[in-house]
Design a protein around this ligand. Sequence first.
Ligand code: 3IO
Length: 335
Amino acid sequence: MRKLLTLLAAAMALTGLLAATALAGTMVTYANFPPAKTFPCVQMERWKVEVEKRTNGELTVQTFPGSTLLGPKNMLRGVQTGQADIGCISTAYYPGVFPFMDVVNLPVAFTTTEAASLTMWDLYLKYQPAELKDVKVLTLFTSAPSQIMSKEPVKALDDLSGMPLRASGTILQILSGLGAHGVGMPMSQTPEALQKGVVKGLVSSFDVLKDFNFAESCRYETITNLPVYPFAVIMNKAKWDSLPDDVKKVLDDLGREQSQWTGQYLDNHIKESLQWSKDQYQVEVFELTGAEHDKIKELGTPLVDEWKVAAAKAGIDAETVLADMLALKAKYEAK
Ligand code: 3IO
């Protein structure tokens, strides 16, 4: 009997201790718009694990993939108003809202996700743009260079004529210059649009062939090396302010590392995804000619000029930012 009581007392003490630890800590919600398998959610789960480990459980993270808490277009507002503590946004879904970060979406032909992501992070840290002042930026990363994935073959640029393709941001303008019909919508709506035949393909990075199983319907892939899509992971400012300093330090220290981790993950994953698509669905990959790549490049030039005008209007020193971005790109791509 005494043994049992001792055991009971010990159990109660342990329960109390665990409860106290949980009470002492903070739980935050983290919303994401695409499905759990996709890279923005893979990096979210990695961040959660690292944060919980490095804060010894002082901060716990409850993740909501697949637009279960906030969707692609209400993510920014939802984080600002505290419907979620943390959210992942694709900035190309918010035209005119991120005049600084839009620079990363320009057609400058990033060759790797890692270089693009680290470039984005460094640019942000250096300039601390006004457009992100009312939220806390936890990490930044990009998708991989964008390619065409379609139901009908695009062996040459002429094949694009009139073809409805899903995209967002600057890629829409490039598509229109190429005679295609760009349809702007978030990635998370693309499966339905493809299935209904509203679009005949999409322009994004090759990870989605596997993660959304787009390889099944989009058997033709064309290497275009179009812009990357920039992403920002943001936290509600009041929530951030309420966190203890040691937790803030863990999150701050993780920002650049998470950006690089995500870039490296995606650079590897696009290769794996394309190979899987070849094995699984015998997808065909087409290369364009040098002259065709030149044409794509030419169509990008006015977009850079348009960005400069829009950025200047927002009080951004556009020439300096652009030069800095190209220098960072060269630095990271040399590695
Ligand atoms: C993307 C967005 C969500 C899930 C996986 C993804 N892979 C590449 C992208 C970039 C993109 O097309 C977009 O709309 O942000």
